[in-house]
Design a protein around this ligand. Sequence first.
Ligand SMILES: NC(=O)c1ccc[n+]([C@@H]2O[C@H](COP(=O)([O-])OP(=O)(O)OC[C@H]3O[C@@H](n4cnc5c(N)ncnc54)[C@H](OP(=O)(O)O)[C@@H]3O)[C@@H](O)[C@H]2O)c1
Length: 349
Amino acid sequence: MEKRKLGRTGLEVTTCCLGTMTWGQQNTEAEGHEQMDYALDRGINFFDTAELYSIPRDEKTQGSTERIIGSWFKDRGARDKVILASKIVGRTDATWYRDRDDLTECRMTKDQVDEAVEKSLTRLQTDYIDLYQLHWPDRVAPIFGGKMRKEHYAADYEPFEEILSHLNDHVKKGNILHIGLSNETAFGVMRFLAESDKHDLPRVQSIQNAYSLVNRTFEEALEEVCVHEEVSLLAYSPLAQGYLTGKYRNGAEPESSRKKLFHMLGRYEKPHAEDAINSYVDLAAEKGLDPAKLAIKFCDTRHFVTSTIIGATTMDQLKTCLDAFDMEWSDELEKEVNKLHARQPNPCP
Ligand SMILES: NC(=O)c1ccc[n+]([C@@H]2O[C@H](COP(=O)([O-])OP(=O)(O)OC[C@H]3O[C@@H](n4cnc5c(N)ncnc54)[C@H](OP(=O)(O)O)[C@@H]3O)[C@@H](O)[C@H]2O)c1
């Protein structure tokens, strides 16, 4: 499996990153372990998780995915074979991540960063996390397809420099090796980079944002920032949470699919989404390709994508996702997907 540089870290990660967020609810511990064994056998060296997981977010299952990875590390003695990415939650009024009764919000304050890092390390049964990411910003920002309203600009937020300084305390201890962002904007990336330059604080090495055939918004402002600044894009939801496989076509809801189980795929059900998704599934059929492979290989062939974070709930799905990286991409496919994109740009931001 091909490897690419992760930001300026000196690390080389595989172009396929193993997503984990279904382990703990939709998948059992044994299934998570089986996926990690298989991924390692196929040459993958990069796993992504979060303190929030498993999904859907729930107080009762929070932390279950990190625990499953931790038990696998212990059982297989495989910690040194994996570049591990995890995340601290962004600003949220779901306070179950922390142990304080008086808390009204999770924020990226020093005490909360300390608690989050320590708890993740314990669940993961490791003494370091290679890449520690901010899952979404502490400030109000135009993310997940949302828009800013005038009053949002007046809302307080933990200053960029402060957040970097809290993270730096853990870099100095060796708890985390590098830092990254997620669900961030061009404004956020530039502000973090400016503060790290100014105060000699850890540099943001990556950004984990949604990127797929039906959401290429990264190409608007973030691509220019990230290419110039060598910030790696880790593309999540390359299959639009399953939609780009065609499995939900004409209102279908297959048994044990994320949609059937959790009814949580609104992001991919916006106006024009269905039409756009169908057009890519039809393109795959016309070319005799598996639509999942087409969608994943599209991400993999973007010059600004360092790693594509895949997700699977069965071993068959996992095999298909990994095989996608071996697929040939052609000028013809490039032309066809760009034609469809021009017709229906970014219906699922
Ligand atoms: N930073 C963030 O905010 C964020 C957000 C989302 C994800 N992520 C990361 O990215 C990873 C991947 O995200 P994702 O799960 O949304 O990715 P995705 O590739 O868009 O969707 C994966 C889902 O599609 C279905 N699927 C996969 N292969 C299939 C196939 N060959 N045929 C039919 N269905 C198939 C499976 O769901 P069903 O079996 O349920 O249909 C699978 O769980 C996550 O595990 C997480 O690490 C990060």
